[in-house]
Design a protein around this ligand. Structure first.
Ligand SMILES: Cc1cc2nc3c(=O)[nH]c(=O)nc-3n(C[C@H](O)[C@H](O)[C@H](O)COP(=O)(O)OP(=O)(O)OC[C@H]3O[C@@H](n4cnc5c(N)ncnc54)[C@H](O)[C@@H]3O)c2cc1C
Length: 466
């Protein structure tokens, strides 16, 4: 039985755990404001808010209902566009009307949901943060200029109160209807039981964030890892950083531990996917999917990370660079779970950089990405890790380039030579994201970009790009 609150109504259902929330809303509840778009989490027309009780507050995330299974709303508050309606148009809806920011109207419910999440969660109200909040919403009519005017209007219209008063302030300003006030109390009575899953059978389907399409198969048990709270979180112990497999991109991006280790992580991870996907996409899912262009695989390869695997009986640890075998083949048995990824803490002489290039926009699967970590000692490279995606059948650790650079001084001739070695150890294919030649060139440019960014005194772009 799955229990949750849908807008202002308590729901209990025995429908399959794996049914997508979008289908539940439209075909079971006749709630049609949530639209069907791409069904791949790319367009945002099916966005809903999902609220989770956290002590006596509810924290809401905008999620793609086309990817979200019913199991994941157990014990939660689910809000569709219908659940945001007040007696009159709310200020977000009114701003959209005032600025003529709805043309065919199909994307509008998703945009209202995304902007409501912005008001619920944003640390401040400014246009650049509001634009990021809409990074998962497409408007097929390309009415982006009028949508931008809506953001300007809303950011000028309101000033946020302090954190504790946020919900009552949103209700007072009719951005949320009044029934939201009672939701924390009501959710207390329908908390979902915790799972104590310990073993995985080879015949199970594992779902973490579920952002990579999966089919439910009645002969297979579906295991929803989000219920394993022990697999989520970031900790430092014994000079290493441990990240649970179900930790999301959003959680890493906003973690104080990660921000201290990688001061630019907010900027790096803002480039990945979109706000709703970052709330769901996990580290474990990214590396197990073994996409040759997987951003997290590339990021953690450059940290010299290791992976802990567990089959319920035994645990083993392997280096991430040995985890990827061939295209989508990994060193993992079907009954093994990736429990965590961990890496040695970089010391104060370590430099880190992450680069990615996309064909159209940043928040899209890149053509080529690359990460580097360098530890210097006495002006020489003492240790280096270098990775690149989109240039081989697997997320690639560039062993030959690493071997060449170890012990070297950083100067233009050395980096040019290393760039040639890097290009020689990749084997990109031509595809929709670029030709083989283009990807060879991109890798070299990203490799140079690492050094131009990290060592501007030794490597000047005008010298190296001649
Ligand atoms: C619109 C959109 C944009 C995207 N953009 C990007 C992007 O910019 N960069 C990028 O790298 N990726 C991107 N992705 C791909 C995807 O979101 C990420 O790779 C994500 O990290 C996958 O994590 P997940 O938790 O959703 O995995 P899931 O879909 O839940 O799982 C993926 C696979 O891993 C297995 N699995 C998951 N966790 C474990 C575990 N702990 N142990 C064993 N097996 C496990 C599952 O069984 C499944 O086979 C995008 C996806 C979408 C839909």
């Amino acid at each position: 039985m799955i229990n949750f609150i849908l807008n202002n109504q308590k729901i209990s259902t025995n429908l399959p755990f794996s049914m997508k929330v979008l289908d539940f809303l439209r075909s079971q509840q006749g709630i049609n404001g949530t639209k069907v778009g791409c069904r791949t989490g790319s367009c945002g027309t099916c966005l809903i808010l999902v609220g989770k009780l956290d002590k006596d507050m509810v924290s809401y995330q905008p999620l793609n209902s086309c990817l979200l299974p019913l199991a994941e709303v157990n014990g939660r508050h689910l809000v569709t566009i219908e659940g945001l309606n007040c007696p009159q148009l709310n200020p977000i809806q009114q701003a959209i009307v005032n600025e003529g920011a709805t043309q065919c109207g199909y994307c509008t419910p998703g945009i209202v949901i995304a902007l409501t999440a912005f008001f619920l969660n944003s640390p401040s109200l400014n246009e650049s943060l509001a634009t990021v909040a809409l990074d998962g919403n497409l408007c097929r009519c390309t009415g982006y200029q009028s949508i931008k005017r809506v953001l300007t209007l809303l950011c000028q219209q309101f000033t946020l109160p302090n954190e504790e008063q946020r919900s009552s302030w949103l209700i007072k300003n009719q951005i949320l209807p009044t029934y939201f006030l009672e939701i924390p109390q009501r959710l207390q009575t329908i908390q979902a039981p915790k799972s104590h899953l310990t073993s995985i059978s080879p015949n199970s389907t594992i779902v973490a964030g579920g952002t990579i399409p999966w089919q439910s198969d009645s002969s297979k048990q579906v295991i929803f890892l989000s219920q394993r709270e022990d697999l989520s979180g970031i900790q430092i112990a014994a000079n290493r950083c441990y990240i649970g497999a179900t930790t999301t991109i959003d959680a890493m991006q906003h973690s104080q531990v990660m921000q201290k280790l990688f001061p630019k992580i907010e900027k790096y991870f803002a480039l990945l996917a979109s706000t709703p996907i970052r709330h769901r996409a996990t580290l474990g899912g990214n590396i197990v999917a073994a996409s040759p262009i997987g951003d997290l695989s590339i990021f953690f390869l450059a940290l010299g990370a290791s992976v802990d695997l567990n089959d319920g009986q035994n645990q083993r640890t392997i280096p991430l660079k040995g985890f990827f075998k061939s295209y989508k083949q990994i060193d993992k048995q079907s009954n093994e779970l990736v429990e965590r990824v961990h890496f040695p803490l970089p010391d104060c002489h370590a430099y880190f950089n992450f680069e990615r290039v996309c064909k159209h926009a940043d928040s899209e699967i890149p053509s080529v990405n690359s990460a580097i970590q360098i530890q210097m000692n006495d002006g020489l490279i003492q240790q280096i890790h270098l990775s690149a995606g989109g240039v081989a059948p697997i997320p690639l650790y560039l062993t030959n380039t690493v071997n060449f650079l170890t012990g070297k001084e950083i100067k233009v001739e050395v980096i040019c030579e290393a760039g040639k070695i890097a290009q020689a150890e990749i084997s990109p294919l031509s595809d929709v994201r670029g030709s083989t030649e283009y990807k060879h060139l991109l890798l070299r440019q990203l490799f140079y970009a690492h050094f131009i960014t990290l060592f501007p005194e030794q490597i000047d772009s005008r010298d190296i790009l001649l």
